[in-house]
Write a protein that binds this ligand. Structure first.
Ligand code: ADP
Length: 319
């Protein structure tokens, strides 16, 4: 192993920069040369890259997003695009590639690993936290804290006006963000794609809460579990409560990464380089119970179940 490359792909996540910095500095400490591809797999196809050194990754820790930029590359999913990428990696003399990204990016890394003779290692970075083999993905903690700040603010208004608020959070097909935000924010209700719900049952619980003196009713709705405005219409009509919707949207994605995301970014970046130096390929370097945990890229991309303990706790505590 003489020369490695790093890229960030798919949805950006706060803490990706910490992982890039860690890959670059660890690699240089180990005497390796490092290239950074711009805009994910598209940079490999279009040959947009730069040589990275220790100083170039200075002062990037506190920034959200990714200094290497990211994008979704439909061309990389085609046979021709993948072949172009392989030819370019070979032409540049790259021995190992670190792919920092979400489940789609790790699927892409896995597909590349099947046809390229070099080594490929993934780093789980996704605000959705839907990657297997790690306790938490880079970016999740920041996204949850960002959403939580909004929930706390909205609760002030909800209480003062005695309103029902539906707060829609990100997460695509998974409820990890909604569950953590709901638990930490003391939501009355958490609606996630993994658990079926009935509008009539929610209305019953809203009425019960009102009769017990609750002044507000906060529902955290995962984006994959329904549409906030439609649900608000139904709940408003059936419960008689003044109902509002707040869609948090992209404010959850950016922003300064928390200390936690910077630290796991630093650790996972180092693990990725060490894993390459150990000669391994086709694996993702997560952290489980404080230790490096390697799983196959396909297993990482297959996702992670919700914490049943957190789910039950949120249901117990929202009385
Ligand atoms: P994320 O990594 O955030 O989940 P996407 O699902 O959009 O984001 O995936 C990012 C990129 O990974 C895609 O644009 C594509 O270039 C690549 N990719 C995703 N799935 C595959 C696949 N099955 N084969 C090859 N490349 C893929």
């Amino acid at each position: 192993m003489n020369k490695l490359a790093v890229l960030t792909s798919g949805g950006d996540a706060p803490g990706m920069n910490a992982a890039i910095r860690s890959v670059v500095r660890t690699a240089i400490c180990e005497g390796l040369e490092v290239l950074g591809f711009h805009r994910g797999f598209d940079g490999v196809i279009s040959q947009v890259y730069q040589q990275l050194d220790v100083r170039m990754v200075g002062g990037i820790l506190e920034g959200g997003g990714t200094v290497l930029r990211t994008m979704r590359s439909p061309e990389f999913k085609t046979e021709a695009g993948m072949k172009k990428a392989v030819n370019n990696l070979e032409r540049l003399g790259i021995d190992g590639l670190v792919v920092i990204g979400g489940d789609g990016s790790l699927r892409g890394a896995d597909a590349l690993n099947e046809i390229w003779s070099g080594q490929v290692v993934g780093v789980p970075a996704s605000i959705d936290n839907d990657i297997g083999g790690c306790d938490l993905c880079i970016g999740f903690d920041t996204a949850v804290n960002t959403a939580l700040e909004s929930v706390d603010r909205i609760r002030d208004t909800a209480t003062s006006h005695e309103r029902l608020f539906i707060i829609e959070v990100m997460g695509r097909a998974s409820g990890h963000i909604a569950l953590s935000v709901g638990l930490a924010g003391g939501a009355e209700e958490i609606l996630i794609p993994e658990v079926e719900y009935s509008v009539d049952n929610i209305v019953d619980r809203v009425k019960k809460a009102r009769s017990k003196g609750k002044l507000h009713y906060i529902i955290i709705l995962a984006e994959g579990a329904g549409k906030g405005f439609k649900l608000a219409d139904q709940l408003g009509q059936k419960s008689g409560m003044d109902t509002r919707v707040a869609v948090l949207g992209h404010i959850q994605r950016g922003g300064t990464p928390t200390a936690f995301d910077r630290i796991i970014g630093a650790k996972m970046g180092t693990y990725a380089v060490k894993t390459l130096l150990e000669g391994k390929t086709g694996v993702c370097t997560g952290i489980r119970a404080g230790r490096r945990n390697l799983v196959a890229l396909s297993e990482a991309a297959a996702g992670k179940p919700l914490s049943q303990e957190n789910l039950e706790l949120s249901q117990t505590l929202c009385i």
